[in-house]
Design a protein around this ligand. Sequence first.
Ligand code: GLC
Length: 529
Amino acid sequence: MTDTDIPWWKTAVLYQIYPRSFADSNGDGMGDIAGIIDHLDHLDWLGVDGIWLSPVTVSPNADWGYDVADFCAVQPDLGTLAEFDRLVAEAERRGIRILMDLVPNHTSVEHPWFVDSRSSKTAEKRDWYVWADPGPDGTPPNNWVSSFGGPAWTLDPATGQYYLHNHLSEQPDLNWWSDDVREAFDDVFGFWFDRGVAGFRIDVCNVIIKDAELRDNPPSTEDDDFDVQLFGQQPVYNGNRPEVHDVLRRWRKLTDATDPPRLLIGETPVKVAALAAYYGDGTDELHLAFNFPFITAPFEAEAMRRIVEDTEEHFPAGAWPAWTGSNHDMSRFSSRWAEGDGAKIRTALVMLLGLRGTPVLYQGDEIGLGDRAMAHEDMRDPLGVAYFPAYAGRDAMRTPMPWRSGPGGGFTEAGARPWLPLGDDDGATVEEQRNDPDSVLAFTRRLIALRRETPDLQTGSYRSLPSPAGVWAWRRGDSVTVVLNLTGDDTELEGVEGRVVLDSRNRRQGTAIRGPLTLGPWESVIVVG
Ligand code: GLC
């Protein structure tokens, strides 16, 4: 394989934008597409190659864009299709590609498909959704629970049947056994490909097909993970069905046939062994699949290394991992892994950008932004609103980008009320960090640049190296060694030779290693040689 055969996304650094919280161009307190365009220079300067946009399609916002009422139009309070086209063009001018978010598992209750479907048992689109008769005593058709809590079925009195929803009752699940549904989504792909999008991140793509017989899920056991035990059942029949792979193969064929080929990244919250299957034979299903066991692992050498080794071992030849630490659903890594500590944040970034695979940063990761404390009355996520204080929901990781200090934080106009609070103005802003060569932002930018100029960091193979407890060291290709000290103690590692090209403490770049490599608490280095 020559360099030019390597697809762009294997060497790329991707960046997730949560549009409502990125930048507000019109002072209504909500981020919008024009705001993203205004800040493309930041992403260009940072070295980002592609942007995944959380949904910008029409939605009544029961789940903030993840309940779609029109897959082929832009949500008015985020902008217009013309602005979207301008975003694609302006990004392209800077060498940045745009990926959309596709939500194929469900729609909004307000989507015309569902409005038709629920209108009568004989409606044209009745079988576009999953409808079933009540049990003999009027109860739901089976025992499935929604991943957002409560039964996964809601009775629709007009026709006396229940409809399925693996999330909110405002998010009815589509019936992916229907050929009409499959064809409708082929058209959605085509619509956005014609507008120049480079691919899709596909929402909960592991659950789109359900058991055709709607069998009850088996009860959870004490050997199950905590979340499975919490739901009281194993999600055997309401997701992760083998037939989902037919749909993924269909989509892969479709994207391979486009010019240029488009990228599919799956949201795949499954264990590592199951994750591998979403790559098919390595060339015929998803290009990238998010690794949730990695995201949720403790920031400890042994735990992280095991997940990465398992991933490397289970993946079919040709499959390419994706590494991420934060997104709009999970606590930010800066809080979860690093507890806000600058040394740990830098080392987490070295990990994300030093592994074999495509790193996906979430907006704010580049400045080490953490979760923000959130009062119940400020919450907008339906999960936080409903379950606080048992569960505080996802608002803490969706707060607006702090572009600069002062009222509005550079996110919105001074005096405007941001849709979610900005949190304390602690000076950790993009502007402040841009002016500080020792900032997390400057470090992230150096790391991205180093990756770009070091082919083995981009595409070299991964091999764990022996290291003392709490230290994780690996080799990339023939020339790069990455070493992380994931402890609060000084440590040493024998056998590393070469020149330090990056040091998370910014203290010995360019120096050659003589004797054992010494590392301070939570220090990490990249060595070439
Ligand atoms: C995915 C999204 C999440 C959304 C859910 C339902 O997990 O990332 O934000 O709530 O799907 O669409």
